[in-house]
Design a protein around this ligand. Structure first.
Ligand SMILES: [Zn+2]
Length: 298
């Protein structure tokens, strides 16, 4: 519990930073250009993980103005597994937790703008107050703009579960969503962003093909389909930090991943530690600061 809270606090803390310096000379950002944005609720009463409608729309506009084109989960799957072509600069919208604003606000916006998104559903939450109903999921799914992925059944941290419960959280939620949508569910979003090698193995056993982290970054051909970088956005993320994350600015990523690497290694979150190590290697001048002992294999 405390490990989780401490790590999550660290995951989020950096989003609260403001006023980063922008020196004139710095290394060129890595050339990886698929941006995945991660949202929760959208609306005027933005609080916690939520985001105001204006800020959400401005973020989408920022990407389109810079030449990024929208793709859906099927295009991302085709790109990562079959090297199918997608626009050189692409973005994918994702929404976690099956909140009612997915239906009331996001769905009409996608239709209006011709955008696509994937919604990650903790299936035990379907029909609860403030969450999507089965009927709404079916309606959204029928429009072609909305795809659905699993966010487990109960939204528990995967690394805390027994093998049996883990199988039920992954396999059971997949079965429920496939029954509702009538389509194969290939994608998963890690509850609270935590994953280990065991989580990835269990996802493979349950026939998932893609899994989304909450580790910020951009994705390219070499991206592991089970460790997709995703820029998680809430009201507390400053416009400046949003731009730094989207633009691949080393001044954001260096300190973020250095800190996360230390924390995840300390807390034995091997999956996240390895990802941090890989991400830090993208940026020149960082590898020297690694400790000699590598994190345990995933
Ligand atoms: Zn969630």
């Amino acid at each position: 519990m405390n490990i989780l809270r401490a790590s999550l606090a660290a995951l989020l803390a950096v989003f609260l930073l403001t006023g980063c310096e922008n020196p004139t000379s710095r290394p060129t950002p890595p050339n990886n250009k698929i941006i995945v944005l991660g949202y929760h609720g959208i609306g005027a009463d933005a609080a916690g993980y939520n985001l105001s409608t204006d800020k959400f729309k401005n973020q989408v506009s920022y990407l389109t103005a810079r030449g990024y084109q929208p793709i859906g989960i099927k295009e991302l799957y085709g790109y990562l597994y079959n090297k199918e072509k997608i626009p050189a600069k692409s973005f994918l919208l994702t929404f976690d937790d099956a909140l009612i604003s997915d239906y009331n606000l996001v769905f009409p916006y996608l239709v209006e703008k011709g955008l696509k998104a994937i919604f990650f559903v903790p299936t035990d939450h379907i029909g609860r107050k403030g969450n999507l109903t089965k009927k709404q999921i079916r309606e959204m799914n029928g429009h072609g703009c909305c795809d659905f992925g699993s966010h487990s059944r109960s939204h528990k941290n995967l690394y805390t579960l027994t093998a049996e419960t883990l199988a039920e959280e992954l396999g059971g939620s997949k079965e429920i969503l496939e029954e509702i949508t009538g389509e194969e569910v290939k994608a998963f979003a890690y509850p609270n962003g935590f994953f280990t090698g065991r989580s990835i193995a269990a996802l493979r056993d349950n026939n998932y093909k893609l899994a989304f982290t909450v580790m910020p970054g951009r994705n390219d051909f070499s991206a592991s389909p089970f460790e997709i970088r995703r820029i998680t956005l809430s009201e507390s993320v400053s416009d400046g930090n949003f731009k730094m994350m989207v633009d691949g600015d080393p001044d954001f990523y260096r300190p973020y991943y250095s800190e996360m690497y230390a924390k995840s290694t300390q807390n034995k979150l091997g999956g996240i530690a390895s990802l941090c190590e890989e991400e830090l290697r993208r940026y020149e001048g960082i590898t020297d600061s690694f400790p000699n002992n590598s994190p345990s294999p995933r």
